[in-house]
Design a protein around this ligand. Structure first.
Ligand code: BEZ
Length: 251
């Protein structure tokens, strides 16, 4: 996935605005060390730092890390992938908002998260859960199919509570909180809400698709979703969130 960091911060600010509630669950304290895994453009990393914690922001996207460094030059941002990162530090907590659904090798990510926690450390995360954005993805798929394009293989990981908490337990975490909830998410642009969302996040639907077809797929997808995802003049995405807090043994 190639990220356009400017488009992301301009049109998809809801990603980090909703994440602010997750910071309350993280409850960072002065003196704690925290890893913000998949920090994107750094807004939540800054909010964690504002609560007095020493925070490292890690992201696999060079444009995002560049944007984060430009916006928050006093913070420590590093480039790294959730499945392979190797940092010298061990953290009191690993925090991750709206990222882990991009990581299909979820077991590798869980392994790396655990490895980077101190004994007694905690993992606090929210990402897309089972059936996340299903209305949108089903409709794009239908529109591709109608035009004779092959069906894309899913590149997202939207697990149920059962499967994700089992994976955490298998890797030695104790799951303290797990929640799967609906959170229809208000999109920025009242004219092009769904089109913008698919353009920003759904690029993997379109390799090999003729640009004129892509434009009509986006239009037709948005029109088809109007009865369910357009309310009182605003577009919503049908987000389903999975939220977890888990801890490792120790004092
Ligand atoms: C999400 O936050 O649920 C999400 C964002 C972009 C693509 C897919 C899911």
């Amino acid at each position: 996935m190639d990220w356009n960091a400017d488009l992301y911060t301009e049109k998809h600010a809801f990603v980090f605005q909703y994440g602010a509630g997750l910071i309350d669950l993280l409850a960072p304290k002065t003196g704690e060390s925290i890893l913000d895994l998949g920090c994107g453009s750094g807004e939540l990393t800054q909010q964690i730092a504002d609560r007095g914690a020493a925070v490292v922001g890690l992201d696999a996207s060079e444009p995002m890390i560049a944007k984060a460094r430009q916006q928050f030059p006093a913070l420590d941002f590093r480039l790294g992938d959730a499945t392979h990162f190797e940092l010298p530090e061990r953290f009191d907590a690993v925090f991750s908002n709206a990222v882990l659904h991009w990581v299909t090798d979820f077991e590798a990510a869980i392994r790396q998260i655990k490895k980077h926690l101190k004994p007694g450390g905690r993992f606090v995360a929210e990402f897309g859960g089972k059936d996340n954005v299903k209305q949108i993805t089903d409709e794009v798929t239908r529109q591709l199919q109608k035009r004779g394009y092959p069906l894309p293989v899913s590149w997202w990981y939207f697990p149920s509570v059962g499967s994700y908490t089992s994976a955490l337990e298998k890797h030695g975490f104790r799951v303290n909180v797990a929640q799967h909830y609906d959170r229809d998410t208000l999109l920025n642009d009242p004219e092009r809400g769904i089109i913008d969302w698919v353009e920003q996040f759904g690029g993997n639907f379109f390799p090999g698709v003729d640009p004129a077809d892509q434009a009509s797929i986006l239009e037709d997808t948005q029109n088809a979703l109007k009865p369910t995802l357009f309310r009182e003049g605003r577009w919503y995405a049908d987000y389903k969130r999975l939220r977890v807090v888990a801890s490792v043994e120790g004092v």
